[in-house]
Design a protein around this ligand. Structure first.
Ligand code: SF4
Ligand code: SF4
Length: 366
């Protein structure tokens, strides 16, 4: 579909809203090829990949995919670093997490600093003792063979999420199958590394086939979004593609029917951050409400945390401006919960020091 320059996407772009720089808008990105004197590679790198413009576009234009295409045509050091960071997470994240603890931030390599900080934040957790107990499990997955798609953060940095996810699935009565999944590939695709992303998709689809195409449950909203967006060419035929789509489930959805009890040590005001990649019903928001027994005290609706993937390396300034808007919306909260691994890693850098942040898995005691 062609961009007709209608500008509808301008209403939702968090970069444009935070910076008022029109050259960062999705519409401008669609004009890149025709803008004289502009460096397409530089402008292409300035996108958070949030996908809000895609959802708003009446023409069905996929601006982040266009950005990814431009990034692939103009590979640079940042893309290489991001790709290495993600494709070698298993080896790099545990050791670099230690580096971030041992080396003072002012001596850390400039480009790695924000990534090391995020890793450190997510490894340490929100610093809030778990205060939610599941007192009664529902029957959403009873007796059902299930594969857990934990995501890179839970697998390599925040192992508690992995443990809690498994415990919750066991409580729900699911039959947990071995899950030899790799990274979902979403961030790599947005960063302009389509071949690497395809390779990961292929391995994940094969792991699912090898287990007889069961339900795949994930606690991460962005992984879920990425798994849902796997290209049709990854599948044998239309039927298998439909089967894949039908097999994907948010862990939060399976937990809506449970009963919860809160301990007295819970923070007084609790906020919820909605990840950009949630389209339609927000199962994580519904779960947080079910756990609290009420609405959160503060919440984001359109504000992006500014995680930004590759952009955090290429030009963190505008991403940080977007993050400040998110912090303002959540200023009433003592603790902010979310359902996305990347947002959970990013939020501690965005929020004031005395505001804790984490995935909702962090507050469930098992
Ligand atoms: S990308 Fe879509 S919404 Fe944005 S200007 Fe083009 S046609 Fe309009
Ligand atoms: S993906 Fe997000 S940050 Fe990038 S142009 Fe679209 S709305 Fe703006």
């Amino acid at each position: 579909m062609d961009c007709i320059l209608c500008g509808k996407c301008m209403e939702v772009c968090p970069l444009l809203r935070a910076t008022s720089r029109e050259e960062l808008s999705p519409r401008s990105k669609m004009l890149l090829g025709t803008m004289e004197g502009e460096d397409p590679a530089r402008l292409a790198s300035l996108c958070l990949g949030c996908g809000r413009c895609r959802e708003k576009c009446p023409q069905g234009v996929d601006v982040p995919a266009e950005v990814a295409r431009l990034r692939a045509e103009h590979p640079d050091f940042h893309a290489w670093l991001w790709k290495t960071w993600l494709t070698r997470a298993r080896e790099l994240w545990p050791s670099t997490g230690l580096v971030s603890k041992l080396i003072p931030s002012r001596f850390q390599p400039e480009k790695l600093g924000p990534m090391l900080k995020m890793l450190d934040d997510v490894r340490s957790g929100p610093g809030v003792a778990p205060f939610v107990t599941v007192t009664e499990f529902g029957d959403a997955l009873r007796g059902e063979p299930v594969m857990l798609f934990a995501g890179c953060t839970a697998s390599h940095a925040r192992k508690r999420w992995l443990r809690v996810s498994k415990e919750l699935l066991s409580g729900l009565g699911a039959v947990l199958l071995p899950s030899r999944f790799e990274c979902c590939g979403g961030s790599l695709r947005l960063a302009g590394c389509p071949d690497d992303a395809d390779r990961l998709c292929e391995r994940n689809v094969n792991a699912w086939r090898d287990n007889g195409r069961p339900t795949i449950v994930t606690p991460c909203a962005s992984c879920l979004h990425s798994l849902r967006a796997y290209p049709e060419r990854m599948f044998e035929d239309e039927l298998e593609a439909e089967q894949w789509a039908g097999s994907l489930l948010a862990l939060s959805s399976a937990l809506h029917d449970c009963r919860y009890e809160l301990s007295d040590v819970r923070p007084v005001s609790i906020g919820y951050h909605k990840p950009c990649h949630v389209v339609g019903r927000d199962a994580d928001a519904a779960l947080v409400e079910a756990m609290l027994g009420r609405e959160p005290d503060a919440r984001t609706v359109t504000e992006c945390c500014g995680f930004g993937g590759l952009m955090r390396l290429a030009d963190p300034g505008p991403a940080d401006q977007a993050g400040s808007e998110c912090a303002r919306a959540l200023s009433e909260a003592e603790l902010v919960l979310t359902g996305c691994s990347a947002c959970a890693a990013r939020l501690p850098s965005v929020l004031p020091e005395d505001t804790a942040a984490g995935h909702w898995l962090d507050v469930i005691g098992v």
